[in-house]
Design a binder for this molecule. Structure first.
Ligand SMILES: Nc1ncnc2c1ncn2[C@@H]1O[C@H](COP(=O)(O)OP(=O)(O)O)[C@@H](O)[C@H]1O
Ligand SMILES: [Mg+2]
Length: 378
């Protein structure tokens, strides 16, 4: 070895990257210590042999070989590939190759440098993973923020509803007196009139006034705040009284209501006002689920075994997806457009029925309808 060659060898042996020089026949002319270690043989046994045999255990030049490309193009090459070592461990290899040219400028030899960049790659992948994770967190946060904002809106809406409730009850008080007066004057008129046709008309007016008064009294009863005053109540009366409040809605939405009442159902010790609130919300929800009209069935039945009564509210409306079924009882969950739903109805129903030691169950299929069953202990 000449002095300059020895210097070069020593210098390149100190480098961790594998460095080889090969000729046009892929014969190894030079290699550093790292390269011979990678090949697993002493340098003297490798020099003069084909690089693809010794370094890559192939019988012909490797596919995508950077050295072959250098001989082809005369230009430096660079690639990064996944490789698998003798123990089956995967690693990233960065391969550089550049030409050594003769005096005519033709590529005579190629210098190859292989560098294991697995660690750097894994770090990069880790960073990419963290970036994705961060993106996900940001999206979640944004979603939570949107949800909070919509809840705030709904809370405002709920407050508005509460004040409308107050307004309704004072309006009902205001209307009660004039209606009583009108009804009194109708009676007086009827005493003085003997024409049958006119009498019939007055009768119709009186009947309609009675109906108005009933609705108003119901509204008053309903809006009265109560701290769970339990009394023995007939559930069928509670249902019928509540239905008076929604009669008009049912009519304009072309909804057919069928009641099947079980006469064996005994009186229940409940807060009638609260139970009416439950009935009203379940019926209103059913009406909302029937935008094109349809049927609502209300059924009562006695469950002697469970010592309870069951009130079934069934509609053949839009139904609730199985995904939403777990959420409908959560406060503020609504699928209705702003101003139409507060998402509080079912959660309040649930609270009321729980306070009566009962339970509400739900059975629904998207597109075919919904059935709520309220069970109350006897
Ligand atoms: N009978 C029903 N048919 C279809 N969906 C219903 C029915 N009852 C309740 N839901 C669903 O449950 C949600 C929550 O109901 P609720 O708590 O009463 O609040 P709101 O009526 O204000 O939306 C409704 O928005 C609706 O998506
Ligand atoms: Mg509702």
């Amino acid at each position: 070895m000449e002095v300059s060659e020895r210097f070069l060898q020593t210098a390149l042996d100190g480098i961790h990257d594998c460095i080889n020089i090969v000729d046009k026949d892929f014969k190894i002319i030079f290699m550093n210590e790292a390269a011979s270690q990678r090949a697993g043989k002493k340098r003297q046994l490798l020099l003069g042999n084909k690089c693809y045999v010794e370094l890559w255990k192939e019988s012909s030049p490797c596919k995508n070989c950077v050295t072959g490309k250098v001989f082809e193009t005369g230009k430096p090459q660079q690639t990064i590939t996944w490789e698998i070592d003798a123990d089956g461990k995967k690693f990233y290899l960065e391969k550089f190759a550049f030409p050594i040219v003769d005096k005519d400028g033709k590529t005579e030899y190629t210098v190859e440098i292989f560098r294991d960049i697995t660690e750097r790659k894994l770090l990069e992948e880790d960073r990419e993973q963290q970036r994705l994770e961060l993106g996900k967190r940001v999206r979640e946060l944004r979603h939570a923020y949107e949800e909070l904002k919509s809840m705030q809106n709904q809370l405002l809406q709920a407050e508005k509803m509460a004040s409308i409730g107050l307004l309704a009850s004072s309006l009902a008080h205001e209307l009660d007196t004039p209606l009583t007066t009108i009804s009194g004057y109708c009676e007086l008129l009827a005493e003085d009139i003997h024409d049958e046709r006119l009498l019939d008309r007055i009768k119709i007016i009186s009947e309609q006034i009675v109906k108005c008064q009933k609705t108003i009294r119901n509204l008053l009863d309903f809006s009265r705040k109560s701290n769970c005053e339990k009394k023995l109540c007939n559930i069928h009366h509670l249902i019928n009284n509540t239905l008076l409040l929604v009669e008009h809605r049912l009519k304009i939405h072309k909804i057919n209501l069928r009641k099947t009442f079980d006469d064996d159902v005994p009186p229940l010790l409940v807060d009638g006002n609260q139970i009416q609130q439950v009935i009203l919300n379940l019926v209103n929800n059913a009406v909302d689920a029937l935008p094109q009209g349809g049927d609502i069935i209300i059924e009562t039945r006695l469950n002697t075994e469970a010592k309870s009564i069951e009130v079934v509210f069934e509609d053949n409306g839009i139904g609730i997806s199985s995904e939403d079924q777990n959420r409908v009882f959560a406060p503020f969950f609504t699928t209705k457009e702003p101003g139409k739903g507060t998402g509080l109805g079912l959660s309040i129903c649930n609270n009321i029925i729980s306070a009566h030691n009962g339970k509400i169950t739900l059975d629904s299929r998207t597109g075919s309808g919904t059935r709520f069953v309220v069970s109350l202990p006897i």
